[in-house]
Design a protein around this ligand. Structure first.
Ligand code: CA
Ligand code: CA
Ligand code: CA
Ligand code: CA
Length: 627
């Protein structure tokens, strides 16, 4: 970022930038950037290495790791059902838990996703977001080695795929093979689409790994490489000094392991080499057979660290994307307000940490803000976006980048934030055990599970596209990366008790198992959302925000569809409440969902008011009855 700012300060660049702005097409209207299906979507996020191992024969090998020589020869794939904090022999040789955990591989793959499509269907979601699936040696694959092939270890023939890929000229798409892994991904798309599940994949276009074909060539041939202008090289190696390498380049966040693509001379887009390559790879996944019909391709992209790539690139890329598929959904990874950026870059939406996850942390998790502040924060942050964008904002609470929801609840704070603006949401100094060894790793209590259900109820009844992180509905817990990437807990497998601690601290022995009642809650809520237009498209009216008693109630209504009313009691006390209904919402209501809780609910109506008795930490959803 700094690098680009500096470049941008050069007068010549400023002039070019101004000229470009004057002649550029205005960004497309929001309605042309947000596909109609987005407002009806409930998304499930899959971290492929940890979701399901459908094919043990393709598991990563020691030789496939980023630096094989850095791990002991006894390295082997890890036990899917073992205690997360227990280290295998090869790991103990490497040192403590956090020294070895990034070299673990569990063997999750695309066959695993295909095998578990019925599970995803049973939860009721209708879209999948897959973390990166392109070839990369790491477990997370944000350091790509190619963008035009699926990771060979996600498919049935890793070594065969690697041999095929070696025959290609990566910059010439006519030489690209369809590998066995590529082909299995196309099968996944076909099977997902047959179930009306859309598929969104991760595009990491800011940087690559060091094994990326262009970077490897550059590292070897230096200024003679045909890829010399693909990266931001600061200095080439001096052959006169054979013992030292002077080769230096820009890396994402200063990391040598993630070299950043160069930008164009006027710094408004990416350099031509990577730009053209990304466009070619984009077309491959959006219309695999190239017949102009995108139905055999993906349905959308999540764009990693989007703000670190020039906005002009995104505007052009979106024109390309929409020419391939006018109903593609694109979601930027931006953690703060992204309204201006989305407009200029042409995105459909952003990951809604700012407008959803932060306020939820403040109110439902930590309870350091009351319902009125929560409602106001959600309303004003949402209003920054164009009306067409609002229902497509990706409302998430946890992801591969944050502690899991259950663990945020276990560690809920009630005071003293280091980052008050975000309620310490995902604040590294707090949620990462390496910086805060007191962050609790235990399973949630019953009260914490009740609070989790309030979060789920809120997520499924507010405006925005809900996204459920894998395992969250199954009851998984875990601190920030790497502990938020444990292998998925499946109902048909049995798991070791989790009783270790990464630093040997005392902790309870926690049974690791699929939590059917919690899954049922998510299932009911997803189904209610799918069933009711008002929850997906409706306007939101706050009916009560009682800071004294921590009660929040809001209605969603849409045309003639039945209205729904959400009521949340975040407090530790039972409360009775009288909630008057405005004229527009006058009707009879019946409960369609209540969170399991320690006490009894009572719902009555007195003319135009709801009379409620609510147990502590309880949530209720009412629906307008047919006249
Ligand atoms: Ca596997
Ligand atoms: Ca040298
Ligand atoms: Ca096609
Ligand atoms: Ca994080």
């Amino acid at each position: 970022m700094t690098r680009r700012l500096l470049l941008g300060l050069a007068m010549a660049s400023v002039l070019v930038l101004l000229a470009a702005c004057q002649s550029a097409e205005p960004p497309p209207a929001p309605a042309d950037r947000v596909p109609g299906w987005a407002q009806d979507a409930v998304v499930y996020q899959i971290f492929p290495e940890r979701f399901a191992n459908g094919d043990p024969t393709n598991d990563p090998t020691r030789a496939s790791l980023t630096e094989p020589s850095a791990v002991p020869p006894s390295w082997a794939p890890s036990d899917w059902t073992g205690d997360w904090y227990a280290q295998a022999g090869w790991e103990r040789e490497m040192g403590g838990f956090y020294e070895s955990v990034y070299d673990r591989r569990y063997g999750g793959d695309l066959q695993g996703v295909i095998d578990r499509l019925p599970y995803l269907d049973s939860l009721g979601v209708n879209a999948l977001y897959l973390n990166p699936i392109f070839w990369s040696p790491s477990l997370h694959k944000y350091d790509g080695r190619s963008f035009h092939h699926i990771d060979p270890h996600f498919g049935p023939d890793p070594e065969g795929d690697k041999a095929l890929i070696a025959e290609e000229d990566p910059t010439d798409p006519s030489t690209w093979h369809v590998t066995a892994a590529d082909s299995l991904f196309f099968t996944l798309l076909e099977k997902a689409h047959a179930r009306d599940l859309r598929v969104i994949i991760d595009g990491v276009f800011n940087h690559t790994g060091r094994q990326f074909f262009a970077f490897r060539d550059l590292a070897e041939r230096q200024q003679d490489s045909r890829y010399a202008d693909w990266y931001e090289v600061r200095s080439f190696d001096d052959p006169e000094t054979p013992d030292t390498s002077e080769f230096d380049y820009a890396g994402w966040w200063g990391l040598d392991s993630m070299p950043e693509f160069a930008v164009s001379d006027d710094s408004t887009t990416l350099a031509e080499g990577p730009r053209q390559y990304i466009f070619d790879a984009t077309a491959r996944w959006m219309d695999p057979n190239g017949d102009g019909d995108p139905r055999d391709g993906i349905d959308g992209w999540r764009l990693d660290v989007a703000e670190e790539v020039p906005t002009g690139f995104w505007a052009d890329w979106h024109a390309h994307v929409r020419s391939l598929n006018p109903t593609a959904y694109t979601v930027a990874e931006v953690w703060e307000d992204a309204s201006e950026f989305l407009r200029e870059g042409g995105f459909s939406a952003t990951m809604n940490y700012h407008g959803f996850a932060y306020p939820v942390k403040g109110f439902l998790i930590d309870n350091t803000i009351g319902p009125s502040a929560f409602a106001e924060m959600v309303r004003t942050r949402r209003q920054n976006y164009a009306p067409a964008v609002r229902p497509a904002l990706l409302n998430l609470i946890d992801s591969h980048d944050t502690p899991r929801l259950a663990t945020m609840l276990v560690n809920r704070a009630d005071t003293g934030y280091a980052q008050p603006d975000r309620f310490d949401y995902d604040w590294g100094g707090v949620v990462d055990l390496r910086q805060n060894p007191d962050y609790k790793v235990r399973a949630p209590t019953d009260v914490e599970r009740r609070l989790q259900r309030l979060v789920a109820l809120t997520q499924m009844t507010l405006s925005g596209m809900p996204m459920i992180y894998y395992g969250t509905a199954a009851g998984m817990w875990g601190a920030d990366d790497p502990d938020d990437r444990k292998p998925m807990v499946w109902p048909d497998r049995s798991y070791a008790v989790e009783d270790r601690h990464p630093y040997g601290h005392d902790r309870p022995a926690d049974a690791v198992q699929f939590r059917r009642p919690l899954f049922n809650t998510y299932q009911s809520l997803v189904s209610l959302r799918t069933e009711h237009d008002a929850l997906r498209r409706g306007t939101t009216t706050v009916l009560a925000a009682d800071d004294e008693r921590d009660l929040l109630s809001y209605a969603r209504s849409h045309d003639d569809a039945p209205a729904l009313i959400t009521i949340l009691n975040r407090s530790d006390e039972a409360h009775s409440a009288r909630i008057p209904l405005p004229d527009s919402l006058e009707a009879a209501y019946e409960p369609v969902f209540e969170t399991p809780s320690g006490g009894a609910f009572r719902v009555q109506q007195d003319g135009t008011a709801l009379l409620l008795e609510l147990p502590p930490h309880a949530g209720l959803l009412l629906r307008e009855t047919a006249p």
